[in-house]
Design a protein around this ligand. Structure first.
Ligand code: HEC
Ligand code: HEC
Length: 561
């Protein structure tokens, strides 16, 4: 069978409206013709139809590149609602989604892109795709109650309901979206549906706050397998307050704040011999984690628009001899897992683009790769971030879940990877409850020749990350990638580096206070104030004298009384 040839112009034309949106920013002013509907149609055709389709059926030219698919508005099913499960949303609900977008999906927020009048006209136009909006009674928001305070007791109560309502069937015991039902889940249109990863609330499509979570739990996400729980309250199985406890519990599974993305990953300095060689070593608990988001590789063909791994936490430690990285990322299965074969088949069936050789469902391992330049670059020069090219190769550590150890390699592009000799990489890995932890450790310096990075302390060394989920059919160019980040190996801090700033501070700050104190004393002396002899707090005899080590004795020090 010959694979269909990719049509090069197609992807571009499909994504053009989105590109334009980012490039052009605000659309030119639009003119209303026959009220809201006409304006709504004009704005919709321009900004929404490429994804949602000209007839609102969720089948625009770009739709095939997305999972979840853009909403089909012709069935009146909306996820983000304040109305009971199965009912139509209020206008305000629809406007809210248009304003905020749906995090973790391709649905953008339009609040700052389109004037309010256009967004309101869009609401009217979207409703026209589902005629019952006109005849059904006006939708009513349900009673929400109040979140109340979080406490350990409430979190424990929430956990009890998480177990008894069996949220774990879909979301997994630790909430990483890895429950036993997942391989079979599909939405009302028959597309594979992934339960939210409850440890990443910034990717919840309806919002990250405890109120947003409560709404999702109470009214459900219509059209998706995520059920509403209001019937449990009506049936007396739980109270509204207990559902709030569950919402608090779910919120507690994510970090308190959305992780900030920092360009430089700090490798903390450990005492000699204190660098761990296992993922479970308790010394990792003390090491700061850095979050690096990953996105689907859509630059090199075959592209991949349905990446399963959305980010990796990195911890790094060195002792001047060895460097160890602990990489932790959420992955719903320990691939290859036969239970996921059905999932693979469905994903491969619905995901564009069909480029290159046809991809068959198969037993693929999970993989991870860490990329460095072969030598520490001077300035901002770095190899091409997708594993280098013929002229500028990269140095790679690559690991796969079906083999012991990890291997070092030289890559000249994503398809040109040549293993280097084995031996110096210490590896440890562990999968549990939807999370991989991987340790990679190497001496800073090796005996190798050119092509093998020699680590240095105190400089920022480029580093990039790649992840593949085998049970999501990922391998080769179809996986998740990061851009270049940096790793910085903390230098041993000579004692004087600590002392010098302290001395400088005491000299300038302390002496400054002395000067003020003296000036005040002189004033008081002049006024005959009895407190004249008392120094200001903190500016007393404890202030150090300027020492020989300080090059700039305080200019006023010779005034010392
Ligand atoms: C780049 C593609 C894309 C564009 C452009 C886009 N959407 Fe969406 N939209 C989506 C996807 C994908 C979803 C479904 C996400 C999900 O199911 O989690 C969605 C969902 C929605 C929903 C459903 C909300 C719910 O509660 O279920 C509304 C309403 C919506 N979009 C309105 C719009 C409007 C209006 C525009 C244009 C101003 C627009 N979208 C442009 C991709 C897009
Ligand atoms: C039958 C499977 C299933 C069960 C059971 C289930 N969920 Fe979900 N849940 C899903 C799916 C699928 C999604 C993602 C839907 C989407 O975004 O398209 C989801 C999404 C969510 C979200 C994110 C909401 C958002 O705004 O994106 C939260 C929070 C959540 N579920 C919590 C729970 C809790 C708590 C329970 C138990 C009371 C539960 N779920 C039970 C399948 C399930």
């Amino acid at each position: 069978m010959v694979a269909p040839r990719p049509r090069p112009g197609r992807l571009l034309s499909a994504l053009l409206p989105i590109l334009l949106l980012t490039l052009v920013g605000l659309p030119s002013a639009l003119h209303a013709q026959d009220g809201d509907l006409a304006l709504g149609k004009e704005v919709y055709d321009r900004w929404c139809a490429a994804c949602h389709g000209w007839d609102g059926a969720g089948d625009g030219p770009a739709a095939g590149y997305m999972l979840p698919r853009p909403r089909d508005f012709t069935r009146g099913l909306y996820q983000i609602r304040t109305t009971p499960g199965g009912e139509i949303p209020t206008d305000q609900d629809i406007l809210h989604v248009i304003n905020k977008g749906m995090p973790g999906t391709t649905m953008p927020g339009w609040e700052s892109q389109l004037p309010r009048r256009q967004r309101e006209a869009l609401v009217a136009y979207l409703k026209s795709f589902y005629p019952p909006f006109e005849t059904l009674p006006a939708p009513q928001s349900v009673e929400f109650g109040r979140p109340g305070r979080v406490s350990d007791e409430r979190l424990a109560e929430g956990r009890l309901f998480y177990d008894s309502i069996e949220c774990w069937q879909c979301h997994g015991g630790a909430g990483r979206g890895d429950g036993p039902s997942v391989p079979e889940l599909e939405d009302d249109w028959g597309f594979p549906a992934r339960p939210a990863d409850l440890t990443k609330n910034w990717m919840f499509s309806g919002g990250a706050t405890v109120e947003d979570i409560y709404r999702a739990l109470l009214t459900g996400l219509d059209g998706s397998p995520m059920p509403a729980n209001s019937d449990l309250i009506d049936a007396g199985f739980m109270t509204q307050d207990q559902l709030w406890s569950l919402a608090h519990y779910v919120r507690s599974l994510s970090p308190e704040r959305t992780p900030r993305i920092r360009e430089v990953i700090r490798a903390e300095r450990a005492d000699p011999g204190e660098v761990p060689s296992s993922v479970g070593d308790e010394r990792w608990e003390e090491v700061e984690p850095f979050y690096v988001p990953l996105v689907g590789q859509i630059i090199i063909s075959p592209r991949w628009f349905d990446p399963a791994v959305s980010g990796v936490w990195i911890q790094a430690m060195h002792d001047g001899e060895d460097l160890a990285l602990r990489l932790s990322w959420n992955d719903r299965s320990r691939s290859p897992d036969p239970a996921w074969m059905a999932w693979q088949e469905r994903v491969l069936e619905v995901m564009e683009p069909r480029e290159g050789d046809p991809v068959e469902p198969g037993e693929r391992p999970d993989r991870f790769a860490v990329q460095f330049p072969p030598t520490i670059p001077t300035g901002m020069d770095r190899p091409y971030f997708l594993m280098g090219d013929a002229r500028n190769p990269v140095y790679l550590w690559q690991w796969r879940s079906d083999q012991a150890g990890a291997e070092r390699a030289t890559a000249r592009g994503m398809r040109e990877i040549a293993p280097l000799d084995e031996g110096v990489l210490v590896t440890d890995s562990h999968w549990e409850a939807g999370e991989w932890q991987l340790l990679l450790r190497r001496p800073l310096l090796t005996e190798d020749g050119a092509g093998v990075l020699q680590f240095e302390e105190g400089v920022s060394i480029p580093v990039a990350f790649f992840a593949w989920d085998g049970d999501n059919s990922e391998e080769g160019t179809r996986g998740s990638i990061s851009s270049w980040f940096f790793i910085h190996l903390e230098q041993e801090v000579p004692a004087t580096t600590f002392v010098a700033p302290l001395v400088a501070f005491l000299l300038t700050g302390g002496m400054g206070l002395l000067v003020v104190a003296r000036a005040q004393r002189r004033e008081r002396e002049a006024e005959g104030d009895p407190r004249a002899d008392r120094p200001l707090p903190g500016a007393g005899s404890g202030s150090p004298e300027p020492t020989g080590t300080h090059p700039h004795p305080h200019p006023h020090s010779e005034d010392e009384v």
